[in-house]
Design a protein around this ligand. Structure first.
Ligand SMILES: [Zn+2]
Length: 467
């Protein structure tokens, strides 16, 4: 049996692991590599294996860095089953089509420049139509259900709640090989956290032989999510008192719905006045529909909330899901207090840019940063409280206050990662850290060593191990 690390190896993007067993090939995740355009194209278009030779895929969750290269896999000849939870199937369908649309728009943007220089046009990485072809191969499997993996004889899979985003899963793979003891492998996927709104807590692995685990925040100890939500409440109340507008750049899938549910709790409990709240991102609006269709993924607290207040988790009186551009523009003429939640999460594209532009120069307003911001993004410049920022090529003097709320991350921090690995240690023969920068991995390796865990490997990209 051979395991290869073809993505999210010594980096956080492009999750992709190939397991070769009994003469067959199983791919775990097929994420898009995200980075500079040329490298992004090259890495995603050229698989280090023949997509036609893959017999099946198991998908941990719908985030693009785990699912986003499936359209290329299918375009290049993969035609087997893609297993995922029902909620992940629905979210992946939505997100991949959206990603196809983004790729087409991006190619168009590049081609405009190329035409001007007399260069030939480039093809988009994939199209909306390529993304739609993936949907036909999705095979939903409920949590904790053991299933035979396509034509891979002797291989069963089981999806277990990872508590990271709606439908997210860790994968238990059990392998029977001729004349060998049964081998159990665990792929953590992205590991969520305890006490995140809406979602159940991540399930810890049991005794397994090999574990591939993420380490995004291997070097960080998070604040408690409850504390973060209190901070969010305090900052919101403060701006309401000033009758300002609260602008929140948020990822359309996951963070937006968590914030909506948090606001719903605050308003329903009478702690916060029911100010108008706008979710202004077509992707977020569609994703929220999918969240509503999958209450089986909610935690007990959310179920109790729904039973107690007799209204859905993602609906309350003055909450508006905005679809049309006209509706979005109309928000601009309304007086505060109000909250606008819009994508993208790092304020690089999308309707959030219009809201920032219209509100950044008013000292009554507040920008709330609720997730990690990459370097060289507008979100990072705002989080760094820069005074002058450029939006749509024009300079604005920031008067609105900016507050960054840490502790809302959907990824486990160092303490929980240690607990997670410890839960699997009994028969552990191999532990592989993926989906983390070198600093995060080495901090976690040191923490594991101090706790007496087996040495954790940090495999380089395109490396393989025999199991
Ligand atoms: Zn994720």
């Amino acid at each position: 049996m051979k395991l290869s690390f073809f993505g999210a190896a010594q980096t956080v993007t492009g999750s992709q692991f190939l397991l070769e067993v009994n003469g067959k090939r199983l791919l775990v995740d097929c994420g898009m590599y995200q980075g500079k355009r040329a490298e992004m194209y090259a890495r995603n278009q050229n698989f280090p294996f023949d997509p036609r030779s893959v017999d099946g895929v198991i998908l941990t969750h719908a985030h693009i860095d785990h699912s986003g290269n499936l359209p290329n896999l299918v375009k290049q000849g993969f035609s087997g089953p893609i297993y995922a939870t029902p909620a992940t199937c629905d979210l992946a369908d939505l997100m991949l089509r959206d990603s196809g649309h983004i790729q087409e728009a991006d190619a168009e943007f590049v081609n405009k420049k190329r035409r001007a220089r007399g260069e030939p046009p480039i093809e988009p990485l994939y199209t909306k139509e390529d993304a739609a072809a993936v949907t036909k191969l999705l095979v939903p499997k409920g949590y904790d259900e053991h299933f035979q993996v396509g034509s891979l004889s002797g291989v069963t899979g089981c999806l277990v709640d990872a508590g990271h985003v709606l439908g997210s899963a860790s994968i238990l793979i059990e392998v029977e090989e001729p004349r060998k003891k049964r081998t159990r492998l665990w792929f953590s996927g992205d590991i969520g956290r305890r006490k995140l709104p809406l979602l159940r807590d991540p399930v810890l692995p049991g005794a397994v032989d090999y574990m591939v685990m993420e380490c995004t925040y291997g070097d960080k100890i998070h604040d408690d999510p409850g504390q973060a939500h209190e901070e969010f409440f305090r900052e919101t109340m403060d701006t309401i008192r000033k009758r300002g507008k609260i602008i929140v750049p948020a990822f359309a899938v996951g963070r937006t719905q968590e914030l909506v549910y948090t606001l719903n709790e605050l308003v329903s409990a009478g702690r916060m006045p029911a100010i108008p709240v706008f979710v202004d991102s077509p992707l977020a609006v569609n994703a929220s529909d999918i969240f509503r269709r999958h209450p089986e993924c909610y935690d007990q607290e959310t179920r109790d909330f729904v039973a107690r207040y007799k209204h859905p988790a993602l609906e309350f009186s003055r909450l508006t899901y905005v679809r049309s551009v006209e509706e979005s523009k109309a928000i601009n003429n309304m007086a505060g207090p109000m909250m606008i939640i819009a994508a993208s999460g790092m304020a690089e594209t999308g309707r959030i840019l219009h809201h920032l532009k219209n509100n950044i120069e008013n000292p009554r307003n507040r920008i709330l940063i609720v997730s990690w911001q990459a370097h060289n993004t507008l979100g990072r410049r705002l989080a760094d409280r820069e005074k002058k920022v450029r939006i749509f090529g024009e300079q604005y003097i920031r008067q609105a206050d900016v507050t960054t709320i840490g502790g809302m991350s959907g990824h486990a921090g160092q303490d929980f990662l240690l607990e997670y690995a410890s839960a699997a240690r009994k028969n552990l023969k191999g532990l592989f850290l993926v989906h983390g920068e070198p600093r995060a991995a080495s901090a976690l390796q040191a923490r594991f060593e101090a706790a007496g865990l087996p040495r954790a490997a940090y495999p380089p990209i395109n490396s393989s191990v025999e199991l």
